[in-house]
Design a protein around this ligand. Structure first.
Ligand code: FES
Length: 577
């Protein structure tokens, strides 16, 4: 029996006909109605689906999590959510992050759930669950599916995405033949699990651990490693303990915990997508994370993790080297170590015994891979509300660059023209693509890493400055300016750039400027009209009408509390019908 008053008591601890009905429902699952009341009911969120190979391993982990809940005296009940397969969902999985967060929030609101185990995996699942946990603020603990096994092709280790992009350029440049390409295809995904480099899924799992929402040391355990199964059982047990202790996400995800997460994001050379997700998660708790804070923290954080796409190694090497606890120990002086975690212990308690076992993968603080500023926030006349560049994955020679723009009206036009022999492109050019932001497509797909034109690839040029209001995969690389806000489809300056205009990118000054006069800028904007939008129904319409811009996390405006009072999660009235 629980020592605390449970939310589920409203359903089960009553002696009227309503209580009898509710308890008898659990009897159909084999729970003796006489022993139901007073036991914490733990909802286990399991998004596993054959539409998402990254998360298919969760079907196994969920059994262990249930066993753990039962061991601790709780009642485990599993519930599904939409699968957010980063590979299949087109054109973008980002809008559905918000939908899944709503799905979880409403499932919790309407049901007798006292605590929640959140099994995650792919890029958007982890932030969606954290957003929901923040909104519900009931005890919640997260465990990810884990990175898939490393794959090999012709004796070379191949990462699921970063290396694929590189080989794609080789194929387009004529260095790989059709048969090579087909052979490679069979080697890219050798097991269930998430992308096995420092892409968005790995980044978000690590940041969940840095926030304190995922058990210390678990974010990088490989998908098929028995330690992940043992961790699944442990999160089940621990969730029951969190209910007893009334340990809530709002006590864990504090402003200091978000500062830690931003620090870690830079230390690991994590995905640019994490900026959007952290802003959105914090926003659900009424915590503001302005882009200037990301830049400020980035400038004083060395990048010490040597993983693809910014570095050399894969997630399994990272785990073997000590994982996040080893990273946090290395940057301990830069962190708020008194932050609480799901274990009930502080980050200090978890990191003080951590050790690094491979200095090639996790570098000492005084020998970083990248001195500071792995992620850079840019502002200027082309991005009044900000833009992001992953400097650690960019070409140094292009970080301060001025060149003529080649403008693509949208993604389709870019695809049609990028490899045309008529494209008037040089290594100095700056490729600009618009109408790929949060509202227009919708959901700012990962189209920002515009392919380097074949014309340049054949000259041996592998990078060129690219600018758009879209995102890019956390596994991509290059001098790619992303998340330009406001987006072009609502009249941001990206909307009025013309081919031939000169653009100046200065990472040193954190500037992105369109080099035309202010008067010319005003004249062009006064003649601009928004492109028509095709989405007239369903969730895309709701999304377009309410989505916030990239610098505000692309959450829906009505899901972000506007006051402390609005943060309160209102449970249903459990009546007689
Ligand atoms: Fe699912 Fe990369 S596509 S983790």
């Amino acid at each position: 029996m629980s020592r605390v008053k449970l939310r589920s008591d409203e359903w089960f601890a009553r002696q009227d006909e309503v209580g009898v009905r509710h308890r008898s429902v659990l009897a159909t699952l084999g729970f003796d109605p006489q022993f139901v009341a007073g036991r914490p009911l733990i909802g286990i969120c399991n998004p596993a689906s054959e539409f998402n190979n990254c998360e298919m391993g969760l079907n196994e982990l969920v059994q262990m999590a249930k066993r753990g809940v039962s061991q601790a005296g709780g009642i485990p009940l599993e519930f599904p959510t939409m699968a957010l397969g980063g590979e299949f969902i087109k054109p973008s999985d980002l809008p559905y992050r918000n939908l899944v967060s709503m799905d979880i929030e409403e499932t919790v609101r309407a049901n007798p759930i006292d605590g929640m185990v959140m099994l995650s995996g792919c890029d958007k699942t982890t932030p969606a669950q954290l957003m929901a946990a923040a909104s519900c603020d009931i005890p919640a603990i997260q465990l990810a599916a884990g990175p898939k096994a490393s794959c090999y092709w012709r004796g070379q280790e191949v990462s699921a995405a970063t290396d694929m992009w590189k080989y794609w350029d080789d194929y387009r440049a004529g260095k790989l033949g059709v048969e090579d390409w087909q052979e490679l295809e069979r080697c890219l995904s050798c097991s269930y699990g998430t992308c096995n480099e420092m892409g968005t899924a790995s980044t978000m799992a690590i940041l969940s651990e840095a926030l304190g929402m995922m058990p210390s040391g678990t974010s990088s355990i490989p998908a098929n490693d028995s330690r992940r199964r043992v961790a699944a059982e442990a999160v089940g047990r621990r969730c029951v303990g969190m209910v007893e202790e009334k340990l809530r996400p709002s006590q864990i995800m504090t402003p200091e915990a978000f500062h830690n997460a931003i620090r870690v994001l830079n230390a690991i050379g994590g995905s640019t997508n994490a900026v959007i997700h952290l802003v959105a998660i914090a926003g659900r708790l009424g915590i503001r994370l302005p882009l200037s804070l990301f830049d400020e923290i980035a400038q004083s954080t060395p990048m010490i993790v040597n993983l693809k796409p910014s570095g050399r190694f894969m997630m399994e090497h990272f785990h073997r080297a000590g994982g996040l606890p080893a990273v946090m120990r290395e940057i301990a002086d830069l962190l708020h170590l008194d932050c609480l975690t799901v274990s009930g212990k502080t980050q200090r308690q978890h990191t003080q015994t951590a050790r690094c076992y491979d200095r090639n993968v996790i570098k000492p603080l005084d020998q970083p891979i990248f001195p500071s500023g792995a992620l850079v926030v840019l502002k200027g006349s082309l991005a009044p509300c900000g833009a992001i560049l992953k400097a650690s994955a960019a070409s140094e020679r292009l970080l301060n660059h001025t060149g003529p723009a080649i403008v693509f009206e949208n993604y389709q036009e870019m695809l049609a023209k990028i490899d045309s022999p008529d494209l008037d492109v040089s290594p100095e050019s700056i490729l600009v693509m618009r109408n790929t932001g949060p509202r227009y497509v919708p959901g700012m797909p990962e189209w920002g890493a515009i392919p380097v034109p074949t014309k340049l690839l054949k000259q041996g040029i592998r990078d060129i400055v690219r600018i758009s209001d879209s995102r890019m995969s956390g596994t991509s690389f290059g001098t790619v300016v992303l998340h330009v806000a406001p987006e072009s489809a609502i009249g941001g300056p990206l909307a009025i750039v013309q081919t031939g205009d000169r653009i100046r990118l200065s990472v040193a000054e954190r500037r992105l400027d369109l080099l035309i006069s202010e008067q010319e800028m005003r004249d062009r904007l006064s003649r601009w009209s928004p492109p028509p939008n095709a989405h007239l129904r369903g969730y895309p319409r709701l999304y377009i009408e309410h989505v916030l811009q990239a610098d505000e996390g692309c959450d829906l405006d009505f899901l972000r509390p506007t006051s402390k009072e609005a943060i309160r999660f209102v449970p249903p009235i459990v009546g007689r019908s």
